[in-house]
Ligand binder design. Structure first.
Ligand SMILES: [Mg+2]
Length: 484
């Protein structure tokens, strides 16, 4: 807890969906749903327009389609999201050495440690300049929360959404939290929430009033005490830079699902080696090896194995990861693989706030891979075509929302496919909405393409924030708009 609101939490607004709307002018202002389109697929992100239909992340895709049959349903393009994430994290890294990424589009920043803010006025100014910079560089909006602790900063950015900034003055936390649901507190998931509700506690005020002894009786010593402190607005967790994290992990997202089991095994081996290199570079060793697998339908599994003692031995870690993989069903395709090592330090403190697995998976989500996601050409999957319907083949060869290039018509994206045809809309970021054309799925003039940058000629923020950015006309550096 600090006396000045210099802990910043940034969260991009409906990140994947907003990136798709920026890339595809015809989808601006329309409901857009990004996620797994297979039979067991779930929603990764819904645009604000889609949320009005009741669609939210983690909802089964089939349910989303029933709620909004006319929304655009797109397969994620992680290559693009990673590029934008790198730009955003780069801007944050210029503010402070203490940046703690939670996912591709979310991070805490300690502004005081960066020497860029020491009171409410300077923190607010930096927060607004950050929002302006993010919009100028990425074309997307992010919301900023500022407070004296991580917990309150995250709540503030949630309140600020979309496209806003909320600063919570230290000293007002308790009053702010009192009427909120217990679920707002870190570490209170659905199970704990139910448990508390059965004990008659639904708001944070109920927790504060219940007192520490009662919460300890209900939830045990560690969880009960920490929950009581959080209900009173106390949260002393520092912003932890990635290099000081309690786990080391690497992961790769594949733009085209991996179907071949041998290929999956060799990717896991490669990731294990990369993980060991990072572990050694950090002069650490760890006891628990974790494998993360995201399947084609976005269901994500985390499996771990705890060794007898800490290790940084590549053979041991590679073999543990391989054993974990053997227990995972990968038929249907794999979209993401990750290998991590945890147990690098005592986890007692961490357990107060989150499940170790959650923390690790967040750290893995935050992982910015040094290798562009290994690309797998559509041709490789074609070997299995005999077992697929023509619709499945078309969908795999031309995933909805992915980029294509046509020799005559230029850059476009797949709007849909089926019965031997693929429908493409030809438009680029910054253009007016483009035209739709239909081709045979094996049209030789049509090829998969790389995503285009969302902003063609971004303003130069390389010396930000020390100097005011050299912005192009139209990209005002006025500090941006905010609520409230
Ligand atoms: Mg977000």
């Amino acid at each position: 807890m600090r006396a000045a609101p210099t802990i910043l939490h940034l969260d991009m607004d409906a990140f994947y969906a907003s990136a798709e709307q920026a890339a595809k002018p015809s989808l601006r202002g329309k409901p857009v749903v990004v996620g797994g389109l297979g039979p067991r697929g779930v929603v990764a992100t819904a645009s604000y327009e889609a949320r009005r239909f009741g669609i939210h992340s983690a909802m089964p895709m089939a349910q989303a389609r029933r709620l909004a049959p006319n929304a655009a349903y797109l397969v994620p393009r992680f290559t693009l999201y990673r590029t934008v994430s790198d730009q955003v994290m780069g801007l944050l890294g210029q503010l402070s050495p203490l940046v703690e990424p939670l996912s591709l589009d979310e991070a805490f920043v300690d502004l005081e440690a960066g020497g860029v803010a020491d009171d409410a006025a300077s923190a607010r100014e930096i927060g607004e300049r950050l929002r302006t910079a993010i919009r100028a560089v990425t074309g997307l909006t992010g919301s900023v929360g500022l407070a004296g602790s991580k917990m309150i900063a995250k709540i503030a950015s949630e309140e600020a959404k979309p496209d806003g900034l909320v600063l919570i003055e230290p000293g007002t936390e308790r009053e702010l939290l009192a009427p909120m649901s217990v679920r707002i507190l870190p570490g209170v998931g659905p199970a704990t929430g139910d448990h508390l509700r059965r004990a008659g506690m639904t708001t944070v005020r109920d927790l504060a009033d219940a007192g520490e002894a009662e919460l300890v009786r209900l939830l045990g010593k560690a969880h009960g005490s920490s929950l009581h402190l959080m209900a009173l607005g106390y949260d002393d967790r520092p912003v932890v830079a990635e290099r000081d994290a309690k786990s080391v992990s690497v992961e790769d997202t594949f733009d085209v699902d991996l179907h071949d089991r041998v290929r999956v095994r060799s990717e896991v081996e490669r990731l294990a080696d990369r993980c060991v290199r990072r572990l050694r570079a950090a002069e650490r060793s760890g006891r628990t090896v974790v494998l993360k697998v995201r399947r084609y339908d976005f269901s994500t599994l985390t499996r771990s194995e705890t060794l007898r003692g800490p290790t940084d031995d590549p053979t041991v870690i590679r073999e543990a990861a391989a054993r974990l993989l053997e227990a995972v069903d990968t038929t249907g395709g794999v979209r993401l693989l990750g290998v991590g090592v945890t147990g690098l330090a005592d986890y007692t403190q961490e357990d107060l706030f989150a499940q170790a697995a959650d923390a690790l998976s967040a750290a893995m989500d935050a992982e910015v891979t040094e290798e562009a996601g290994a690309e797998q050409g559509p041709a490789e999957g074609a070997e299995e075509a005999a077992e697929e319907t023509p619709e499945q083949l078309a969908e795999r060869r031309w995933p909805s929302g992915h980029d294509v290039r046509h020799e005559t018509h230029g850059h476009g994206w797949v709007q849909g496919s089926g019965v031997g045809r693929v429908t493409v809309r030809f438009e680029e970021p910054g253009d007016p909405p483009g035209r739709v054309r239909t081709f045979r799925i094996d049209d030789p003039e049509l090829q998969p393409a790389e995503p285009l940058p969302l902003v063609k000629d971004p303003a130069d923020y390389s010396s930000w924030p020390a100097n005011r950015p050299k912005s192009r006309s139209g990209d005002g550096s006025s500090g941006g708009e905010s609520r409230p």
